[in-house]
Write a protein that binds this ligand. Structure first.
Ligand SMILES: [Zn+2]
Length: 375
C-alpha cells in the first residue's frame, strides 16, 4: 500500500510523512478509525514509507527493494499480528499469526478495507470467533529481540488490538513502553474504548476520519472501474465507509437486511413457530452474523425514526425506503423508542456469550408485543 492508493486524507498523510522527515516517529502509534475507514490502509502505507530507501515528499518510491517487499507484505522487518481461530490442525492457543501469513497477505491485497468478519470468512473460519491469543505476546517479544534484518525500522503492526486476550496485551506492555531501538508499534483499531488503558497510555493516538463522499466516489471510478452514477450512489449510501461502498457496488443484496425484514414480519404476525425456527437458524449462523443482524436492525429503526421527523436526512436506497415507510406504519416513534433498548440489550447478551436461541426468542416476543401494543 502506498499513500497515493488511498483517496483523500491529505493532512493525515502529510502529518505521518513529516514525522518521519523530522525524525519524530513515535514508537507506539494507534490508528483508530471506524469500520471501512483508512485506518489499516494508512498504517500499511506508513510502514512502507518508514522503510523506503528513496522517500519522496509525498510518498514512498514504490520501486526500491524495500518498497517492493512491503507492497507484497513480505518485508522481513514488517511483522503482523491479527486475530485468529483454531483450525483442525492448529489448537486455539497455538494459533499465532505467523501460521496464517499466506492467507493474511492475500486478504490484505484483496480487502485492505475489510473487517474482522471478512478476514474470518476469507480464511474459512466462517463465524468462529477470532482473537489474538496469549501465546502471541511471546512471539512478538521474540521477534523484537532480533535486530532489523534489512530496514531502518522494525515495524510491528497489530490489527484489532481490542481482540487481544488480556494476558497477551499485558505481556507486551513492557516492550511497548521500552521498545528496542527503531522498533515501531502500529496498532490499528476500530474501537479504542475496548483497549486496556495501559495500552492507550503507551501509544500516540491518531484518529482517522471517515472518507468524504467525493473521495469514495472517485476511488470507485478510478481504481475499481465502476461507472460514475453507481459510484456516486454507493458513496452517498456508504457515509464514508469504504468497505460498505465496495460491497454496495458489488451489487450484493444485503442478506442480513433481507433476513431482518423477514424476521420483523414474523414477529408482527405473531408466528411463534417461525420465530423459534429463526432463533435456531441465527444460533447456527454464529456470533458475528448475530451481531450484524442486530446492527442492521438498529440502523433500520434509527432510519425509521429519522424518516418520521426529518425525511430528507435519511440515506437509503428506494427498496430500503419502501421498507422503512411500511415499518414506520407499524412502529410509531414511541414504539421504536421502546424497541431500540431491547435490541441493544440483546446485543449486550450476545457479546457476552448469552445463549443466542434464547436471546433471539426473547427479543422476537418483545418485538411482537410492542408491534401489537396500542401505543
Ligand atoms: Zn521505496
Amino acid at each position: 500500500m502506498l499513500f497515493k492508493d488511498i483517496p483523500g486524507l491529505e493532512s493525515i498523510k502529510q502529518r505521518l510523512i513529516n514525522a518521519v522527515k523530522n525524525q519524530h516517529v513515535a514508537h507506539g502509534q494507534l490508528f483508530v478509525g471506524a469500520e471501512g475507514s483508512a485506518n489499516m490502509a494508512l498504517a500499511l502505507a506508513y510502514a512502507t514509507y518508514l522503510n523506503c530507501e528513496n522517500r519522496g515528499d509525498e510518498d514512498a518510491c514504490g520501486t526500491c527493494p524495500s518498497c517492493v517487499k512491503n507492497l507484497k507484505y513480505i518485508h522481513p522487518d514488517l511483522h503482523f499480528v491479527f486475530p485468529t481461530a483454531a483450525t483442525t490442525k492448529i489448537k486455539r492457543e497455538d494459533a499465532i499469526s505467523d501460521k496464517f501469513l499466506v492467507e493474511w497477505r492475500d486478504f490484505l491485497q484483496k480487502s485492505p478495507y475489510g473487517n474482522v468478519t471478512d478476514w474470518s470468512f476469507h480464511f474459512g473460519w466462517e463465524n468462529k470467533q477470532v482473537i489474538i491469543p496469549r501465546m502471541e505476546s511471546r512471539s512478538i517479544i521474540q521477534k523484537l529481540s532480533l535486530r532489523a534484518f534489512e530496514g531502518q525500522y522494525k515495524v510491528m503492526l497489530i490489527w484489532q488490538p481490542e481482540l487481544m486476550n488480556s494476558s497477551a496485551a499485558n505481556g507486551i506492555l513492557k516492550v511497548l513502553e521500552e521498545p528496542t531501538d527503531k522498533t515501531i508499534f502500529l496498532m490499528v483499531s476500530t474501537d479504542a474504548n475496548k483497549l486496556l488503558t495501559t495500552i492507550l497510555s503507551r501509544t500516540q493516538m491518531l484518529k482517522i476520519p471517515a472518507f468524504g463522499d467525493q473521495d469514495i466516489s472517485e476511488y470507485l471510478q478510478e481504481q475499481m472501474n465502476i461507472e460514475a452514477q453507481k459510484s456516486t450512489n454507493a458513496a452517498y449510501l456508504a457515509e464514508g465507509n469504504m468497505r460498505l461502498a465496495l460491497t454496495l457496488t458489488e451489487g450484493n443484496v444485503d442478506e442480513v437486511q433481507a433476513t431482518f425484514k423477514d424476521w420483523m414480519r414474523t414477529c408482527f404476525n405473531w408466528d411463534f413457530h417461525t420465530m423459534t425456527k429463526m432463533g435456531e437458524t441465527f444460533q447456527k449462523s454464529g456470533k458475528e452474523y448475530q451481531k450484524n443482524l442486530l446492527g442492521a436492525g438498529t440502523k433500520v429503526m434509527r432510519d425509521t425514526l429519522v424518516n418520521q421527523f426529518e425525511p430528507e436526512m435519511v440515506r437509503v436506497n428506494e427498496n430500503e425506503m419502501d421498507f422503512i415507510q411500511k415499518f414506520g406504519q407499524v412502529f410509531t416513534h414511541q414504539k421504536i423508542d421502546r424497541l431500540i433498548p431491547k435490541l441493544e440489550e440483546a446485543q449486550y447478551h450476545i457479546e457476552r456469550n448469552g445463549n443466542p436461541k434464547i436471546v433471539f426468542l426473547d427479543l422476537s416476543l418483545a418485538i411482537a408485543k410492542i408491534a401489537r401494543a396500542k401505543q
